[in-house]
Design a protein around this ligand. Structure first.
Ligand SMILES: Cc1cc2nc3c(=O)[nH]c(=O)nc-3n(C[C@H](O)[C@H](O)[C@H](O)COP(=O)(O)OP(=O)(O)OC[C@H]3O[C@@H](n4cnc5c(N)ncnc54)[C@H](O)[C@@H]3O)c2cc1C
Length: 494
């Protein structure tokens, strides 16, 4: 039985492990942290369960497909509910719009805000749906090896979708600043300014408004647990607290991986016929000698990274008013905030932020009568903090939250914890503490992303959000599948 060692048990590593085990390989999935899930982990404190990373469960079809490949369904592992509204957006005090789960209600909301805009939205979404099916049915499973993977009648006929940006299209057709921001919001998940995100990616608007925003009861940790249980049932051996420190290469082939146990300090080596690293790409390459790496430091310095994030996990001793499960706070200027993330690399003065209050939907994530709150401020990767940075932004969030929703909150906070650039670096070895990998701009799309294959070590692949197809939970699950397929093909040849 050929042995595959996978470094990192985030969703991409878990996904790759299951596909390989299903094909009969002996799979060792080695994770540095004490639990699986990677960025999709849960922080549990005093009866509160905070999603540490992802909170938006979008594209439910991708999760269905994944579990179907193993004769299962998501409902075999967790319960999903569709949120209504999907989310709300505060633009100022008493000025809030909600994106309903009903398309008809979204059209009504657009029409009220700007007469005539629902017609544009209808057309916009038709093309968005078309793009979604091109992306999911024809593109995402490609290994990103050649530009020809993108050449097909559907993409050739829609080449304009790659040459224009989401922002350009939306701003040309919609006058209301609020509606513009609602339409530009979904592509922010892809890590770049909407003005640099190709219009093709409007398929995210279809995911948002038509496929809907869902919540896993118990939080995203339930997905990681589900994927872990599936992998284990297929025979994958999962080792936690195993920090990969070196990939040993001889005659152009990876032969073993060295580890240090983070709990005991004990060193060990696992022999391998094939290695896949799902740890952050830049770090994965540091496990190799310089001459065995695909990319230089200069290459990484020139990449446009998606933002990092400053996160707060806040336990509140009462139920809050005026909020929905997902609430965005767009009461300050997006342009000036985006400028600090992508252009100047400075701390923002008055950032937009996002709040998730899962206990509004899910009583299992907070004790009765209390609210579980998660706040996220997107920030430039690589920012340095001073002693009071986290306190400063916490106070700013609380001030704005109290003013916008007209209620006292701070005196009811039981405790709060935060997570930022240096935590992304120490937990995930993330390059400059990026949260979501690379920005999906045209020059970093498909075959222009860091290659899944190591070109110098024949039996080494990379998977996860930094390679194809890109950032987000659904793409990372797909990335694991694409890597597993490529590994199986290569193992047959080797
Ligand atoms: C704050 C935040 C919010 C997000 N929101 C959303 C959202 O709402 N919806 C959505 O779909 N996506 C969201 N994402 C993106 C999504 O979480 C990621 O794209 C996805 O989880 C990446 O999975 P991965 O397997 O590629 O990487 P990771 O989850 O980072 O997994 C890599 C694993 O490798 C491990 N590792 C690193 N070094 C080593 C080593 N030396 N040895 C062994 N193991 C190692 C790490 O500990 C980690 O567990 C969010 C991400 C963040 C950070």
């Amino acid at each position: 039985m050929k042995k595959v060692v996978i470094i990192g048990a985030g969703v991409s590593g878990l996904s790759a492990a299951s596909y390989l085990a299903k094909e009969g390989f002996s799979v060792h999935l080695c994770e540095k942290l004490g639990q699986t899930g990677g960025r999709a982990r849960i922080l549990e404190r005093e009866g509160f369960k905070f999603d540490m990373g992802p909170t938006f469960y979008w594209m439910p079809d991708i999760f269905e497909t994944f579990f179907t490949h193993f004769g299962k369904k998501p409902s075999d592992f967790y319960n999903l509910v569709r949120l209504n509204p999907g989310y709300s957006v505060y633009f100022g005090k008493d000025d809030c719009l909600s994106v309903s789960a009903s398309l008809e209600e979204i059209y009504d909301m657009f029409e009220k805000e700007e007469p005539g805009s629902s017609k544009f939205l209808q057309k916009f979404l038709e093309q968005a749906k078309y793009n979604y099916h091109i992306a999911i049915d024809k593109v995402v499973d490609k290994p990103g090896k050649s530009p020809f993977e993108l050449v097909m009648p559907e993409t050739v006929a829609n080449v304009a979708e790659f040459l224009s940006s989401v922002s350009h299209n939306v701003r040309k057709n919609i006058k209301s600043d609020k509606l513009r921001q609602i339409l530009e919001f979904p592509v922010i998940f892809l890590g770049a300014k909407p003005s640099r995100t190709p219009l093709f990616y409007r398929f995210m608007n279809y995911a948002d408004m038509e496929l809907g925003t869902w919540h896993i009861m118990g939080g995203f940790g339930m997905l990681s647990k589900a994927m872990e249980n599936l992998a284990t049932s297929l025979g994958v051996q999962i080792h936690t607290n195993m920090h990969a420190t070196k990939i040993n290469v001889r005659d152009g082939l990876a032969g073993s991986v060295e580890f240090t146990n983070t709990a005991t300090g004990q060193k060990s080596t696992i022999e391998a016929d094939f290695v896949i690293s799902s740890a952050d790409y830049h770090f994965s390459e540091t496990l190799l000698e310089q001459k065995q790496r695909n990319y230089s430091e200069k290459y990484w310095q020139k990449r446009v990274f998606a933002p990092s994030a400053l996160l707060y996990y806040v336990a509140i001793d009462k139920k809050l008013n005026g909020l929905t499960h997902h609430t965005l706070f767009f009461d300050t200027g997006f342009e000036s905030h985006a400028h600090t993330i992508y252009d100047t690399g400075e701390w923002p003065k008055e950032p937009l932020f996002y709040g998730s209050f899962p206990s509004i939907t899910d009583s299992s994530v907070a004790p009765q009568g209390k609210e579980c709150a998660i706040f996220l401020i997107p920030i430039a990767p690589g920012l340095k903090e001073s002693d009071n940075t986290r306190e400063h932004y916490y106070n700013q969030i609380m001030d704005r939250l109290e003013t916008l929703t007209g209620q006292s909150i701070r005196p009811y906070v039981l405790f709060w914890e935060s997570y930022g650039v240096k935590d992304f670096v120490s937990d995930y070895h993330s390059y400059k503490g990026n949260a979501y990998g690379l920005a999906n701009i045209l020059t970093q799309t498909a075959f222009l992303k860091p290659s899944m294959e190591n070109h110098k070590v024949k039996n080494l692949l990379y998977t996860g959000q930094l390679t194809v197809p890109g950032p987000g939970i659904p793409p990372s699950i797909i990335s694991g599948r694409v890597a597993a397929k490529a590994a199986i093909k290569k193992l047959k040849k080797l």
